[in-house]
Ligand binder design. Sequence first.
Ligand SMILES: *Cc1c(COP(=O)(O)O)cnc(C)c1O
Length: 387
Amino acid sequence: MDLKELDSKYIAGTYKRFPITAVSGKGSVIVDDTGKEYIDMGSGIGVTSFGISDDTWKQAVIDQLSLIQHTSNLYYTRPCIELAQMLCEKTGMKKVFFSNSGAEANECAIKAARKYASVKYGNDRCVIATLHNSFHGRTLTTLAATGQDHYHELFTPLTAGFVSFDAGDMSVPEELCKAGTLAAVMIECIQGEGGVIPLDPEFVHALSEFCAANDVLLIVDEVQTGNGRTGKLYAYMNYGITPDIVSTAKGLGGGLPLGATLLGGKCENVFAFGDHGSTFGGNPVVCAAAISVLSRIDDALLADVRKKSAFIFDSLSGASGVESVSGMGLMIGIKTKKAASEVVAGCIEKGVLCLTAKDKVRLLPALNIDDELLKKAIDIIKEVCEN
Ligand SMILES: *Cc1c(COP(=O)(O)O)cnc(C)c1O
């Protein structure tokens, strides 16, 4: 049996894969089992922040792997503590909880918000308001937080205590707050899976002021937008707001599984012994990888991300077959005349890997993608959109 047949025989049927078997790669080039090369405009799904098998990242992983690969959280290890310090110093947040994925980072954010509100105001204040068209993960609780009904069908009952509302409509959080039930509001500054849609700054500011005035916690889900992706370290920094809780994952480990929940001043001490935990969370190898990633996301790199972004926007805006371009930094959505899936298939044929988000083509290339490769990929995308 070939791999495709074995996959459908043995792998649970949750994924629709593209017809490519990835074998190896370097930087923003992926090689398949026939030796064909592809320019990688997706980095997994915004995960391989510095590309495939990056030398600096790989060395950081190997160095830690040679020392100790796992200890559990019963002992101190240097990488996880140093990474937490780095995250706090770069954001002004106070404490970090490490897990292994975006959904888990959000679960922790939700638990932190629920406990904060419960201790201070009682158990009725438990509702987390999220936005329509949001995406917060696949566990039953983060599905409940995800404001898209089609993800919920056939998996009910989901975790109670979630209400979703339209971006821009402050009346829902206001009413919940008046009723004394609103613990937190959770947003993605740029809705990723929802179609690469940046929130309106005016709404984000209004929400942030509302939360601060009412002691409602503002949770920002930076799972996809974080770690340099939008041209700032975290997307909320583009909006000039201060969240109470930040969750992040995807690009943080550069290709190894890591989630982090950053707790601000209000809830830095919300968790006590036994309130939460993770067997793998804070794994030293994964944290060493993340230290390597984070230490490279400096002002020069972020300026370069914004430069590459401007190049993509300039090249695609108004191009034939392109209806609109959205996003920030290297998180870009392209509304095309052709169906997005058709564009992605055409790009694969010509050696470029792209993603989709709803009805858009989505690009999440490595933060350090080589400028010539980027130009080559954009030229091919334009060509495919046109024909
Ligand atoms: C991908 C994603 C998640 C879920 O992350 P997993 O690592 O797949 O659990 C949550 N929130 C946002 C915004 C995401 O893009």
